[in-house]
Design a protein around this ligand. Sequence first.
Ligand code: HEM
Length: 206
Amino acid sequence: MALAGMFLMIFLIFHLATNLLMLAGDGGKAFSEAVTFLSESPLIKVMEYVLFAGFLIHILLGVILQLHNYRSRPVKYHTRLRSETSTFSRFMFHTGVIIFVFLVIHLINFFFIRLGWVPQPDYAAHKHDFYSVAVVLFKNPWYTAIYLVSFVFLGFHLKHAFQSSFQSLGLNHTKYTPAIKVIGTIYALGISVGFAIIPVYFLFFY
Ligand code: HEM
């Protein structure tokens, strides 16, 4: 689960970097070129399968872990002791479910158009014209709100996930763990704020 999660965290860095090209102020030229290049690259095509396998493994193991936790203690503790577990760690399954729902909406908004599973909108010049899709989508305050709220939960999920994935792989050290926690917080903030800038830009400044 930790390995699949780490892979997804790396994907998010690349995904954010590509999407930030939307803000280049060139009418989406650089972004569209990047998307066309990526969608035609055989390596990326293979990576897409690996990515979806990563999501699947991560989600399946997450559900199994949650069921296991529930079976171990179907009746909740009466009083919760102040323990090492942070609020973020206790809500990993819940924030995960929210991210899953977001992902389904998000894939319908963008990726499924490329696959032809969702009809290409009239305003899109071709099935890779995700810039026009983003402009129309984020001009709608409801979609912007759904994306922004999801990014808050994504940030919470990633904050714990980052540190926890290292711990699961055996790296739990008095010297390194505090540094990993700080890097995890910076990573989670960077990813969620970085993604949030995109809908905010289209809604208010485009
Ligand atoms: C404002 C934020 C975001 C924008 C504008 C955005 C945009 C896009 C676009 C344009 C695509 C289609 C790319 C293609 O098919 O060539 C896509 C696909 C995808 N997005 Fe996002 N995305 C955002 C946030 C996220 C987040 C936060 C996640 C994960 C939690 C995510 C996960 C995915 C996945 C798994 C795919 C399908 C695989 C791929 O095409 O790379 N996206 N996104």
